[in-house]
Write a protein of this length. Sequence first.
Length: 191
Amino acid sequence: MKNILLAAALIGTAATSAFAAPEKYMLDASHSQVVFTYNHLGYSTTTGMFSGFEGEIMFDQEDPANSSVTVSMPVKSMLTGWQARFDHFMSGDFFDASDDEMVTFTSTGIEVTGEKTAKITGDLTLNGVTKSVVLDATLNQSGEHPMAKKPWAGFDATTTLVRSEYNLGQFAPYVSDEVQVHISIEAMKAE
């Protein structure tokens, strides 16, 4: 009898562990953006963005610190709203970007700071330079998507980058060296 109870307890523990493991979510490219802003000569705040990129979240709702995120986007997918600015950013003054050059972020740790907030530390590779950055992240919502009828999650995050640390410091400090980054993503549970 003890063996049967022990076996049942082990099966229950294994089932609970399997249920609590991180689940794979894929970014919804149509509803995920990275928006960046910087001060231009003290006269204006200029905005650009990346959209339509790919990524994966291993999301553990029971233990968010056990989650992870990986995102990548082509540098040339940057949107600036003005072709001459885009061309300048892709020139030797800034990125000197090839067609296959990517911006990547891979999380290395998550510190839960509140019921729906966390600090996500990760390696950001930009312009061939990899540095550790911290994202202040918020879980906006998770649950069944009302139209897709499958599990969905949405997150926002912010950070500040110092562009000269990525060999992108042209015209600093007149054009601000600090770039504010706001990330908003949706992700769907993988099949």
